[in-house]
Ligand binder design. Structure first.
Ligand SMILES: [Cu+2]
Length: 303
């Protein structure tokens, strides 16, 4: 019976903790507005979402996962605290020989299962929304390479060109307006606002990861395979992402930059881009990439 008394005491403590968790969670929802499209120093929480899916993902974490994590962590901490204070050798010199308690064992099996079900339902709904591609207004292809991205704009959508998009180094900061170190690129991928954009993603050499947090996009770029994702941004701006797979020595230096513009601005850009990137099959941007690969292969062979 003493055990049940303790469980009841714990549940009262849990209720207090739930209230505290909700309080913390509501604070965690606050975000720096100037962090639109990119992270800012000292930022806590996600970048501002500009697609329904991004907002849903962030809401899923802020409103469900974070409170659950907080409550469970505090609950376990309280249990450990109770054990340390009430059941140490001095306070409790003759320990109980109890080994089984059917009700408690059923509870600590069922409760975690219920928690997982509560998490799984909205999680699967979100995954379906991400992976079921709506009819695209525009399709582009992003290819991960060591260590930059290439974008293809198909001919049947007034494109018919491709270009490389590589990081701009700090010494060249002046060549890019609103330079952000490690994120700014020379050629951004441009897409129109409020349109379904399908991105077909692949890798040319090793596995890369195509993620843009503000757009709620995350998909692997796998050589020999075409993965598709989509987004519909409802706000103009530049949205940055980074490769999320350890893909080699410059993994950290192959940012993704998607510029979302109005439809007329997009059409104007298409005309300019067609001229600018007229020649297909551009020269290899980093001649050293292939030689670096050859170097890796040579080292591997020697082993
Ligand atoms: Cu990569």
């Amino acid at each position: 019976m003493r055990l049940f008394g303790r469980v009841r005491a714990c549940s009262a403590a849990l209720r207090a903790l739930i209230a505290a968790g909700a309080l913390i969670a509501s604070g965690a929802g606050a975000r720096a507005e100037d962090g639109v499209g990119h992270p800012v120093p000292g930022q806590i929480g996600f970048q501002v979402g500009v697609t329904d899916i991004a907002r849903d993902i962030h809401g899923f974490y802020d409103n469900l996962l974070f409170p659950i994590i907080t409550v469970i962590s505090l609950f376990v901490m309280v249990l450990i605290g109770i054990c340390m204070v009430r059941f140490n050798e001095r306070a409790n010199p003759v320990p109980s020989k109890t080994t089984h308690n059917a009700l408690l064992e059923v509870a600590w099996t069922i409760v975690p299962v219920l928690i997982l079900v509560v998490i799984a339902i909205p999680s699967f709904r979100l995954l379906t929304k991400q992976l079921e591609l709506p009819k695209p207004d525009i399709t582009i292809k992003a290819t991960g390479k060591q260590w930059y991205w290439s974008y293809d704009y198909p001919k049947d959508q007034d494109g018919g060109f491709n270009f490389d998009s590589a990081r701009v180094e700090e010494k060249d900061a002046k060549t890019v307006p609103d330079f952000i170190n490690l994120l700014s690129v020379d050629n951004e991928a441009v897409v129109p606002v409020n349109k379904n954009i399908q991105v077909n993603v692949t890798g040319a050499d090793v596995i890369h990861g195509f993620i843009v947090q503000s757009l709620g996009v995350r998909i692997d770029a796998v050589p020999g395979r075409l993965n598709s994702t989509w987004f519909r941004a409802d706000r103009e701006g530049i949205y940055y992402g980074q490769c999320s797979k350890l893909c080699g020595k410059d993994h950290a230096y192959m940012p993704i930059a998607i510029r979302v513009v109005s439809q007329p601005a997009y059409e104007a850009w298409l005309q300019d881009a067609k001229k600018k990137y007229a020649q297909t099959g551009q020269p290899q941007r980093f001649a050293d990439a292939s030689s670096a690969l050859a170097g890796v292969a040579a080292t591997t062979d020697q082993r």
